[in-house]
Ligand binder design. Sequence first.
Ligand SMILES: [Zn+2]
Length: 410
Amino acid sequence: MRNWFAPRQTSTAGGSVRRSFKFLIRPTARQAAALTQCLEDHRQLYNAALEHRRTAYRKAGVTIRYGEQSAELKHIRADDPDGQARWSFSSQQATLRRLDKAFTAFFARVKAGRAPGFPRFKGKGRFDTVQWPKDGDGCRWDAQPGHPSATFVRLQGVGHVRVHRHRPLQGTVKTITVKREGDRWFVVLSCDDVLAEPLPATGAAVGIDLGVASLATTSDGEQLANPRHLTASADRLTTAQQALARKKRGSQRRRKAVARVAALHAKVRRQRLDHTHKAALALVRDYDVVVHEDLRIANMTRSASGTLSEPGRNVAQKSGLNRSILDAGWGVFLTILAHKAESAGRKLIAVNPANTSRACARCGHCAKENRVTQAEFACTACGHVAHADVNAAINILRTGLALRDAAEAA
Ligand SMILES: [Zn+2]
């Protein structure tokens, strides 16, 4: 989640990339109980470390750093031999680092003068990932306890857990992360040195205008459906949520309804992600160059209607729209797009979205009167009429190509 708005360049030398692989794991009942306990202990560690920092900051204005908290791990483990000491030292460090990142982001927000939102405590069942930062340190990928054909991952305190390896793994395993999604468990492997697979050149370039109604509109006039509008599972989720609301607190039926809502949530999330992957793949397959708006430049917090390139000013709608912006998953989409473009040898260019929706794609005349409605563009200078999002996408493409040409000429 943290890196949504800043797709990272993960390229290493020689056409190889870093990529993650996610596999379902099948823990035994005993292992599932151990994994649940492992998450719970890491959650408590996270919350305790957060409490420590909050108290120091609020009472004395003192900032506690990762190094100090990490140095205390030794004592925490020594004092809790049947609890915290069961788990990997390195995974506990990773949990403290995760908190450190949350604080770094918090201080960055304070510095930027935005509503800070202090890092929050993680509620029971709300802490679903534990990371082992280095293969071989408290964990071992593809450990083989006498099963030459099956795949196992060994996790300290849990044992050898069976992995459903549905596709081949590439590169060198760096980090190992266990995730709980509803009642299923996954392992996510971050691998280095995965060879890029370039696609044949198409000779085509495209600009994309990110939107709410549709995920994106291309300069060729195509609209990519927003995965938010995948209806079938979402409808079932709504029904399940309504059913849940009618159940009595603490009842067996309520527990079942909660599980059903969680399972449907996970399903909707998977379907949306799958849809996003397909949309990104289609762009990468069809175009050598994809130009998009730079989300870091666009001031999302001020957007209150419309598209990214034409943010509105209606502050009252802000929270609702911001939620739907997050939901629309632009950041997720761009991150996936960046990974696919990189491994396919395609060029991705981010441009400043300023004026891309007010300028005429034909004559360049820039005026807010050009934008007749949310959907309609009509140039007051040359009379050019177009779908507003397509007009913006063309401007985005042009800006991106100009940037590229300038960079190549330099
Ligand atoms: Zn014009």
